[in-house]
Design a protein around this ligand. Structure first.
Ligand SMILES: Cc1cc2nc3c(=O)[nH]c(=O)nc-3n(C[C@H](O)[C@H](O)[C@H](O)COP(=O)(O)OP(=O)(O)OC[C@H]3O[C@@H](n4cnc5c(N)ncnc54)[C@H](O)[C@@H]3O)c2cc1C
Length: 408
Protein backbone atom coordinates (compact mmCIF):
# COMPACT_ATOMS: atom_id res chain seq x y z
CA UNK A 1 0.00 0.00 0.00
CA UNK A 2 1.26 3.48 -0.81
CA UNK A 3 -0.25 5.96 1.61
CA UNK A 4 0.88 9.09 -0.11
CA UNK A 5 4.35 9.57 1.32
CA UNK A 6 6.24 8.49 -1.79
CA UNK A 7 7.66 5.16 -0.63
CA UNK A 8 5.36 2.16 -0.39
CA UNK A 9 4.65 1.39 3.29
CA UNK A 10 5.54 -2.31 2.96
CA UNK A 11 8.78 -1.48 1.19
CA UNK A 12 9.60 1.07 3.90
CA UNK A 13 8.87 -1.49 6.60
CA UNK A 14 11.21 -4.07 5.15
CA UNK A 15 13.94 -1.45 4.74
CA UNK A 16 13.35 -0.38 8.36
CA UNK A 17 13.38 -4.01 9.56
CA UNK A 18 16.83 -4.64 8.13
CA UNK A 19 18.18 -1.43 9.60
CA UNK A 20 16.60 -1.98 13.01
CA UNK A 21 18.05 -5.49 13.28
CA UNK A 22 21.53 -4.12 12.70
CA UNK A 23 21.33 -0.91 14.69
CA UNK A 24 18.86 -0.95 17.59
CA UNK A 25 19.84 -2.96 20.67
CA UNK A 26 17.30 -5.35 22.20
CA UNK A 27 15.08 -3.68 24.80
CA UNK A 28 16.43 -5.99 27.52
CA UNK A 29 20.09 -5.57 26.49
CA UNK A 30 21.81 -4.74 29.81
CA UNK A 31 24.48 -2.59 28.11
CA UNK A 32 24.31 1.13 28.88
CA UNK A 33 22.96 3.10 25.91
CA UNK A 34 23.05 6.87 25.65
CA UNK A 35 19.62 7.89 24.36
CA UNK A 36 20.89 11.03 22.64
CA UNK A 37 23.54 9.04 20.77
CA UNK A 38 20.92 6.49 19.77
CA UNK A 39 18.58 9.24 18.55
CA UNK A 40 21.51 10.70 16.55
CA UNK A 41 21.96 7.31 14.88
CA UNK A 42 18.23 7.02 14.10
CA UNK A 43 18.21 10.55 12.67
CA UNK A 44 21.32 10.00 10.57
CA UNK A 45 19.70 6.89 9.06
CA UNK A 46 16.59 8.91 8.11
CA UNK A 47 14.20 7.30 10.61
CA UNK A 48 13.59 10.26 12.96
CA UNK A 49 10.62 12.52 12.28
CA UNK A 50 9.26 10.05 9.75
CA UNK A 51 6.24 12.25 8.97
CA UNK A 52 8.18 15.55 9.13
CA UNK A 53 9.06 17.32 5.86
CA UNK A 54 12.45 16.48 4.38
CA UNK A 55 13.62 20.11 4.39
CA UNK A 56 13.48 20.13 8.20
CA UNK A 57 15.33 16.86 8.64
CA UNK A 58 12.36 14.49 8.48
CA UNK A 59 11.73 11.56 6.17
CA UNK A 60 8.80 13.27 4.39
CA UNK A 61 6.62 10.17 4.76
CA UNK A 62 3.31 9.53 6.55
CA UNK A 63 2.03 8.47 9.95
CA UNK A 64 1.47 4.98 8.50
CA UNK A 65 5.18 4.77 7.77
CA UNK A 66 5.91 5.97 11.30
CA UNK A 67 3.64 3.30 12.70
CA UNK A 68 5.38 0.72 10.49
CA UNK A 69 8.80 1.72 11.82
CA UNK A 70 7.75 1.42 15.46
CA UNK A 71 5.91 -1.86 14.83
CA UNK A 72 9.16 -3.20 13.45
CA UNK A 73 11.07 -1.76 16.42
CA UNK A 74 8.99 -3.63 19.03
CA UNK A 75 11.30 -5.43 21.43
CA UNK A 76 14.12 -3.03 20.55
CA UNK A 77 15.55 -0.14 22.48
CA UNK A 78 13.97 3.11 21.23
CA UNK A 79 14.81 6.44 22.94
CA UNK A 80 11.66 7.61 24.74
CA UNK A 81 12.87 10.96 26.06
CA UNK A 82 12.21 12.93 22.89
CA UNK A 83 8.45 12.43 22.62
CA UNK A 84 7.53 15.87 23.96
CA UNK A 85 9.92 17.67 21.60
CA UNK A 86 9.22 15.54 18.52
CA UNK A 87 5.56 14.71 19.13
CA UNK A 88 4.26 18.01 20.51
CA UNK A 89 6.52 21.07 20.29
CA UNK A 90 8.09 20.25 16.92
CA UNK A 91 4.68 19.86 15.22
CA UNK A 92 3.59 23.20 16.73
CA UNK A 93 6.72 24.82 15.33
CA UNK A 94 5.94 23.20 11.97
CA UNK A 95 2.45 24.72 12.05
CA UNK A 96 3.29 28.22 13.26
CA UNK A 97 7.06 28.80 13.42
CA UNK A 98 8.79 31.21 11.06
CA UNK A 99 10.94 29.70 8.32
CA UNK A 100 14.06 30.71 10.29
CA UNK A 101 12.87 29.01 13.49
CA UNK A 102 11.87 25.84 11.65
CA UNK A 103 15.11 25.61 9.69
CA UNK A 104 17.34 26.14 12.71
CA UNK A 105 15.49 24.10 15.34
CA UNK A 106 13.54 21.24 13.77
CA UNK A 107 16.57 19.23 12.54
CA UNK A 108 18.20 19.60 15.97
CA UNK A 109 14.98 18.52 17.69
CA UNK A 110 14.68 15.43 15.49
CA UNK A 111 18.35 14.53 16.02
CA UNK A 112 17.83 14.67 19.79
CA UNK A 113 20.30 17.55 20.10
CA UNK A 114 17.71 20.05 21.34
CA UNK A 115 14.94 19.48 23.89
CA UNK A 116 11.86 21.71 24.01
CA UNK A 117 9.20 21.94 26.68
CA UNK A 118 5.94 23.80 27.18
CA UNK A 119 5.62 26.81 29.47
CA UNK A 120 1.87 27.26 29.78
CA UNK A 121 0.69 26.80 33.40
CA UNK A 122 1.31 29.52 35.95
CA UNK A 123 1.35 29.56 39.77
CA UNK A 124 -2.07 31.23 39.63
CA UNK A 125 -3.57 28.27 37.72
CA UNK A 126 -3.29 26.08 34.67
CA UNK A 127 -6.84 25.26 33.57
CA UNK A 128 -7.62 28.86 32.73
CA UNK A 129 -4.60 29.04 30.44
CA UNK A 130 -5.99 32.13 28.71
CA UNK A 131 -5.75 33.96 32.04
CA UNK A 132 -1.93 33.97 31.83
CA UNK A 133 -0.31 36.84 33.73
CA UNK A 134 3.23 36.46 32.35
CA UNK A 135 3.98 39.63 30.42
CA UNK A 136 5.72 39.96 27.03
CA UNK A 137 6.47 43.54 26.01
CA UNK A 138 7.79 44.67 22.64
CA UNK A 139 10.92 46.81 22.78
CA UNK A 140 12.29 47.64 19.31
CA UNK A 141 13.72 44.46 17.78
CA UNK A 142 13.26 42.52 20.98
CA UNK A 143 10.65 41.40 23.48
CA UNK A 144 11.03 41.56 27.26
CA UNK A 145 9.55 38.70 29.31
CA UNK A 146 8.48 39.00 32.96
CA UNK A 147 6.50 36.59 35.10
CA UNK A 148 6.46 32.97 36.15
CA UNK A 149 5.52 29.53 34.83
CA UNK A 150 4.98 26.35 36.83
CA UNK A 151 4.80 22.53 36.65
CA UNK A 152 7.04 22.65 33.58
CA UNK A 153 8.17 19.09 32.94
CA UNK A 154 11.85 18.77 32.17
CA UNK A 155 12.76 22.48 32.41
CA UNK A 156 16.03 21.71 34.23
CA UNK A 157 17.49 19.72 31.33
CA UNK A 158 15.81 21.35 28.33
CA UNK A 159 17.03 23.90 25.84
CA UNK A 160 13.92 25.88 24.88
CA UNK A 161 10.47 26.51 26.29
CA UNK A 162 7.40 27.48 24.28
CA UNK A 163 5.97 30.18 26.51
CA UNK A 164 2.48 31.70 26.45
CA UNK A 165 2.53 35.32 27.60
CA UNK A 166 0.34 38.40 27.50
CA UNK A 167 1.17 41.07 24.93
CA UNK A 168 -2.06 43.06 25.14
CA UNK A 169 -4.01 43.69 28.38
CA UNK A 170 -6.70 45.86 26.79
CA UNK A 171 -8.49 43.17 24.78
CA UNK A 172 -10.43 40.07 25.97
CA UNK A 173 -8.15 37.46 27.46
CA UNK A 174 -7.89 35.06 24.51
CA UNK A 175 -6.97 37.86 22.10
CA UNK A 176 -3.99 39.39 23.89
CA UNK A 177 -1.67 36.38 24.14
CA UNK A 178 1.47 35.50 22.18
CA UNK A 179 3.70 32.43 22.03
CA UNK A 180 7.45 32.88 22.24
CA UNK A 181 10.50 30.60 22.28
CA UNK A 182 12.56 31.09 25.44
CA UNK A 183 16.12 29.70 25.62
CA UNK A 184 16.43 28.09 29.05
CA UNK A 185 20.11 27.34 29.48
CA UNK A 186 22.15 30.14 30.99
CA UNK A 187 19.77 32.87 29.83
CA UNK A 188 20.13 36.11 31.77
CA UNK A 189 16.99 36.66 33.90
CA UNK A 190 15.74 33.04 33.80
CA UNK A 191 15.66 31.22 37.16
CA UNK A 192 14.59 27.58 37.26
CA UNK A 193 13.70 25.92 40.58
CA UNK A 194 13.06 22.18 40.93
CA UNK A 195 9.81 20.94 42.52
CA UNK A 196 9.62 17.64 44.42
CA UNK A 197 6.80 15.49 43.08
CA UNK A 198 4.49 13.26 45.15
CA UNK A 199 6.63 10.21 44.27
CA UNK A 200 9.63 11.88 45.90
CA UNK A 201 11.50 12.78 42.70
CA UNK A 202 13.10 16.23 42.72
CA UNK A 203 13.24 18.10 39.42
CA UNK A 204 10.79 16.32 37.13
CA UNK A 205 8.74 19.48 37.48
CA UNK A 206 10.01 23.01 37.82
CA UNK A 207 8.89 26.54 38.46
CA UNK A 208 10.54 29.30 36.41
CA UNK A 209 10.90 33.00 37.07
CA UNK A 210 11.49 35.46 34.23
CA UNK A 211 12.98 38.81 35.16
CA UNK A 212 13.44 41.21 32.26
CA UNK A 213 14.45 38.39 29.91
CA UNK A 214 15.36 39.90 26.53
CA UNK A 215 14.31 37.81 23.50
CA UNK A 216 14.79 38.48 19.78
CA UNK A 217 11.50 39.44 18.08
CA UNK A 218 12.15 36.52 15.72
CA UNK A 219 11.48 34.13 18.62
CA UNK A 220 7.75 34.80 18.30
CA UNK A 221 5.85 31.67 17.21
CA UNK A 222 2.82 32.73 15.19
CA UNK A 223 1.66 36.32 15.04
CA UNK A 224 1.62 38.72 17.99
CA UNK A 225 -1.65 38.41 19.95
CA UNK A 226 -2.50 35.13 18.23
CA UNK A 227 -0.85 32.96 20.84
CA UNK A 228 -4.14 31.38 21.87
CA UNK A 229 -4.45 29.68 18.49
CA UNK A 230 -0.88 28.42 18.80
CA UNK A 231 -1.52 27.17 22.35
CA UNK A 232 -4.67 25.35 21.27
CA UNK A 233 -2.76 23.60 18.50
CA UNK A 234 0.02 22.71 20.95
CA UNK A 235 -2.54 21.11 23.27
CA UNK A 236 -4.07 19.25 20.35
CA UNK A 237 -0.63 17.88 19.45
CA UNK A 238 -0.06 17.05 23.13
CA UNK A 239 -3.28 15.06 23.37
CA UNK A 240 -2.67 13.30 20.09
CA UNK A 241 0.97 12.49 20.80
CA UNK A 242 0.33 11.57 24.43
CA UNK A 243 -2.16 8.99 23.20
CA UNK A 244 0.35 7.55 20.74
CA UNK A 245 -1.23 9.24 17.72
CA UNK A 246 0.22 11.23 14.82
CA UNK A 247 3.80 12.40 15.48
CA UNK A 248 3.62 10.65 18.88
CA UNK A 249 3.23 7.19 17.34
CA UNK A 250 5.83 4.96 18.96
CA UNK A 251 7.16 7.72 21.20
CA UNK A 252 4.61 7.33 23.98
CA UNK A 253 4.23 3.58 24.25
CA UNK A 254 1.39 1.50 22.99
CA UNK A 255 -2.08 3.00 22.79
CA UNK A 256 -4.41 1.07 25.04
CA UNK A 257 -2.47 0.16 28.16
CA UNK A 258 -2.49 2.60 31.04
CA UNK A 259 1.09 3.89 31.33
CA UNK A 260 3.23 2.05 33.84
CA UNK A 261 0.75 -0.76 34.64
CA UNK A 262 -0.12 -3.37 32.05
CA UNK A 263 -2.93 -5.90 32.19
CA UNK A 264 -0.22 -8.55 32.54
CA UNK A 265 1.14 -6.74 35.61
CA UNK A 266 -2.31 -6.86 37.17
CA UNK A 267 -2.85 -10.53 36.30
CA UNK A 268 0.64 -11.46 37.50
CA UNK A 269 -0.26 -10.25 41.01
CA UNK A 270 -3.20 -12.65 41.11
CA UNK A 271 -1.14 -15.55 39.79
CA UNK A 272 1.76 -15.01 42.17
CA UNK A 273 -0.53 -14.96 45.15
CA UNK A 274 -2.30 -18.13 43.93
CA UNK A 275 -5.64 -16.33 43.89
CA UNK A 276 -6.75 -16.96 40.29
CA UNK A 277 -10.01 -18.45 41.57
CA UNK A 278 -10.90 -15.33 43.55
CA UNK A 279 -13.91 -13.88 41.65
CA UNK A 280 -13.40 -10.30 42.87
CA UNK A 281 -9.75 -10.22 41.78
CA UNK A 282 -10.51 -11.96 38.47
CA UNK A 283 -13.06 -9.28 37.81
CA UNK A 284 -10.40 -6.57 38.30
CA UNK A 285 -8.19 -8.30 35.73
CA UNK A 286 -11.04 -8.64 33.24
CA UNK A 287 -12.07 -5.01 33.72
CA UNK A 288 -8.50 -3.88 33.11
CA UNK A 289 -8.37 -5.99 29.95
CA UNK A 290 -11.65 -4.51 28.70
CA UNK A 291 -10.48 -0.95 29.43
CA UNK A 292 -7.19 -1.53 27.61
CA UNK A 293 -8.96 -3.12 24.64
CA UNK A 294 -11.58 -0.38 24.40
CA UNK A 295 -8.88 2.27 24.69
CA UNK A 296 -6.81 0.60 21.99
CA UNK A 297 -9.74 0.39 19.56
CA UNK A 298 -10.90 3.92 20.36
CA UNK A 299 -7.35 5.13 19.67
CA UNK A 300 -7.25 3.26 16.37
CA UNK A 301 -10.61 4.65 15.38
CA UNK A 302 -9.70 8.24 16.22
CA UNK A 303 -6.37 7.87 14.45
CA UNK A 304 -8.00 6.49 11.32
CA UNK A 305 -10.77 9.10 11.45
CA UNK A 306 -8.29 11.97 11.76
CA UNK A 307 -6.18 10.55 8.94
CA UNK A 308 -9.06 10.04 6.55
CA UNK A 309 -10.86 13.26 7.51
CA UNK A 310 -13.93 11.39 8.81
CA UNK A 311 -13.16 13.00 12.18
CA UNK A 312 -11.94 16.53 12.74
CA UNK A 313 -11.23 18.48 15.89
CA UNK A 314 -10.67 17.60 19.51
CA UNK A 315 -11.14 13.83 19.47
CA UNK A 316 -7.90 13.25 21.29
CA UNK A 317 -9.59 14.81 24.35
CA UNK A 318 -11.84 11.78 24.52
CA UNK A 319 -8.77 9.54 24.59
CA UNK A 320 -7.02 11.81 27.08
CA UNK A 321 -10.06 11.62 29.35
CA UNK A 322 -9.96 7.84 29.21
CA UNK A 323 -6.24 7.90 29.99
CA UNK A 324 -6.88 10.23 32.95
CA UNK A 325 -9.62 8.00 34.37
CA UNK A 326 -8.16 4.63 33.46
CA UNK A 327 -4.57 5.12 34.60
CA UNK A 328 -5.79 5.58 38.17
CA UNK A 329 -8.22 2.69 37.83
CA UNK A 330 -5.49 0.37 36.51
CA UNK A 331 -3.11 1.41 39.29
CA UNK A 332 -5.82 0.67 41.86
CA UNK A 333 -6.41 -2.75 40.27
CA UNK A 334 -2.67 -3.48 40.44
CA UNK A 335 -2.65 -2.43 44.08
CA UNK A 336 -5.59 -4.76 44.78
CA UNK A 337 -3.99 -7.77 43.10
CA UNK A 338 -0.43 -7.26 44.37
CA UNK A 339 -1.65 -6.37 47.88
CA UNK A 340 1.19 -5.61 50.33
CA UNK A 341 3.86 -6.34 47.73
CA UNK A 342 2.43 -3.57 45.59
CA UNK A 343 3.14 -0.79 48.04
CA UNK A 344 6.68 -1.56 49.14
CA UNK A 345 8.49 0.45 46.56
CA UNK A 346 12.23 0.91 46.73
CA UNK A 347 12.60 3.09 43.64
CA UNK A 348 13.49 0.19 41.33
CA UNK A 349 11.06 0.27 38.42
CA UNK A 350 11.14 -3.49 38.09
CA UNK A 351 9.99 -4.29 41.62
CA UNK A 352 6.37 -4.92 42.42
CA UNK A 353 6.01 -1.73 44.44
CA UNK A 354 5.66 -0.03 41.09
CA UNK A 355 1.88 -0.39 41.61
CA UNK A 356 2.13 1.95 44.59
CA UNK A 357 4.25 4.37 42.67
CA UNK A 358 1.85 4.22 39.73
CA UNK A 359 -1.06 4.92 42.05
CA UNK A 360 0.64 8.18 43.01
CA UNK A 361 1.79 8.98 39.49
CA UNK A 362 -1.60 8.24 37.95
CA UNK A 363 -3.01 11.38 39.55
CA UNK A 364 -0.73 13.27 37.21
CA UNK A 365 -2.35 11.69 34.16
CA UNK A 366 -5.69 13.10 35.27
CA UNK A 367 -4.16 16.60 35.47
CA UNK A 368 -1.37 16.97 32.88
CA UNK A 369 -2.37 18.38 29.49
CA UNK A 370 -5.71 19.56 30.92
CA UNK A 371 -7.53 17.93 33.84
CA UNK A 372 -10.31 15.35 33.49
CA UNK A 373 -12.83 18.12 34.17
CA UNK A 374 -11.41 20.26 31.37
CA UNK A 375 -11.45 17.26 28.97
CA UNK A 376 -15.09 16.65 29.92
CA UNK A 377 -15.85 20.28 29.07
CA UNK A 378 -14.12 19.91 25.70
CA UNK A 379 -15.93 16.66 24.90
CA UNK A 380 -19.27 18.16 25.92
CA UNK A 381 -18.87 21.50 24.15
CA UNK A 382 -16.79 20.71 21.08
CA UNK A 383 -17.65 17.11 20.28
CA UNK A 384 -21.24 16.85 21.55
CA UNK A 385 -22.26 20.44 20.78
CA UNK A 386 -23.58 21.16 24.28
CA UNK A 387 -23.73 24.81 25.44
CA UNK A 388 -20.55 26.47 26.70
CA UNK A 389 -20.10 26.78 30.44
CA UNK A 390 -21.06 30.26 31.73
CA UNK A 391 -18.29 32.82 31.76
CA UNK A 392 -18.07 36.49 32.61
CA UNK A 393 -14.70 37.29 31.11
CA UNK A 394 -14.82 36.36 27.45
CA UNK A 395 -15.74 39.78 26.10
CA UNK A 396 -14.19 42.27 28.47
CA UNK A 397 -10.63 43.62 28.37
CA UNK A 398 -8.34 41.38 30.44
CA UNK A 399 -7.27 44.38 32.51
CA UNK A 400 -10.86 44.54 33.89
CA UNK A 401 -11.19 40.83 34.63
CA UNK A 402 -9.72 40.76 38.12
CA UNK A 403 -11.88 43.72 39.21
CA UNK A 404 -15.08 42.13 37.86
CA UNK A 405 -14.34 38.56 39.02
CA UNK A 406 -15.58 39.25 42.56
CA UNK A 407 -19.05 40.15 41.23
CA UNK A 408 -19.35 36.94 39.19
C1 LIG B 1 2.52 15.24 35.21
C2 LIG B 1 2.26 16.70 34.89
C3 LIG B 1 3.02 17.33 33.93
C4 LIG B 1 2.79 18.67 33.62
N1 LIG B 1 3.61 19.27 32.72
C5 LIG B 1 3.39 20.57 32.40
C6 LIG B 1 4.25 21.23 31.47
O1 LIG B 1 5.21 20.64 30.95
N2 LIG B 1 4.01 22.53 31.18
C7 LIG B 1 2.98 23.21 31.74
O2 LIG B 1 2.78 24.36 31.39
N3 LIG B 1 2.16 22.63 32.65
C8 LIG B 1 2.35 21.33 32.99
N4 LIG B 1 1.55 20.72 33.92
C9 LIG B 1 0.51 21.51 34.60
C10 LIG B 1 -0.89 21.17 34.16
O3 LIG B 1 -1.12 21.58 32.84
C11 LIG B 1 -1.84 21.87 35.14
O4 LIG B 1 -1.59 21.32 36.43
C12 LIG B 1 -3.28 21.67 34.77
O5 LIG B 1 -3.60 22.39 33.58
C13 LIG B 1 -4.24 22.14 35.88
O6 LIG B 1 -3.87 23.39 36.36
P1 LIG B 1 -3.71 23.64 37.94
O7 LIG B 1 -2.90 22.53 38.52
O8 LIG B 1 -3.23 25.03 38.13
O9 LIG B 1 -5.18 23.46 38.53
P2 LIG B 1 -6.35 24.52 38.44
O10 LIG B 1 -6.46 25.06 37.08
O11 LIG B 1 -6.17 25.49 39.56
O12 LIG B 1 -7.62 23.60 38.74
C14 LIG B 1 -7.93 23.12 40.08
C15 LIG B 1 -9.12 22.18 39.98
O13 LIG B 1 -10.27 22.90 39.45
C16 LIG B 1 -10.81 22.20 38.33
N5 LIG B 1 -11.30 23.17 37.33
C17 LIG B 1 -10.64 24.28 36.89
N6 LIG B 1 -11.36 24.93 35.95
C18 LIG B 1 -12.51 24.20 35.78
C19 LIG B 1 -13.65 24.34 34.95
N7 LIG B 1 -13.76 25.36 34.09
N8 LIG B 1 -14.62 23.40 35.03
C20 LIG B 1 -14.52 22.35 35.90
N9 LIG B 1 -13.45 22.18 36.75
C21 LIG B 1 -12.46 23.07 36.67
C22 LIG B 1 -9.64 21.42 37.76
O14 LIG B 1 -10.11 20.30 37.01
C23 LIG B 1 -8.90 21.01 39.02
O15 LIG B 1 -9.48 19.85 39.57
C24 LIG B 1 1.76 19.38 34.28
C25 LIG B 1 0.99 18.75 35.25
C26 LIG B 1 1.23 17.43 35.57
C27 LIG B 1 0.41 16.78 36.64
Amino acid sequence: MNSGGGEDVEHFRSRARVWIEKNLPAADDPAEVDDTELQNVIFDAGFAGIAYPVQYGGAGLTFEHQRGFFDEAKGRRVPMGFGVSIGMLGPTLLDFGSEALKASHLPRILRGDELWIQLLSEPTGGSDMAGALTRLTRDGDTYVLNGSKMWSTGALYSDFGMCLARTNWDVPKHRGLSMVAVPLRGTHGVTIDAIRSVTGVLGDFCVEFFDDVTLPAGNLIGAENEGWTVAQRLLLHERNAGNGLEHGIGLFGVTGEAPGVTVDDIAEGVRRRGLSADPALSQRVVEAYIEATVSHHAGERVMTGLRTGALTGQWASLLKLHLGVNSNRAAKAALATWAAEGVIWDGDEKTTGRAGEMFLRSRGFSIAGGTNEIQRNIVAERLMGLPREPSFDLDIPFSEVLRKRKNF
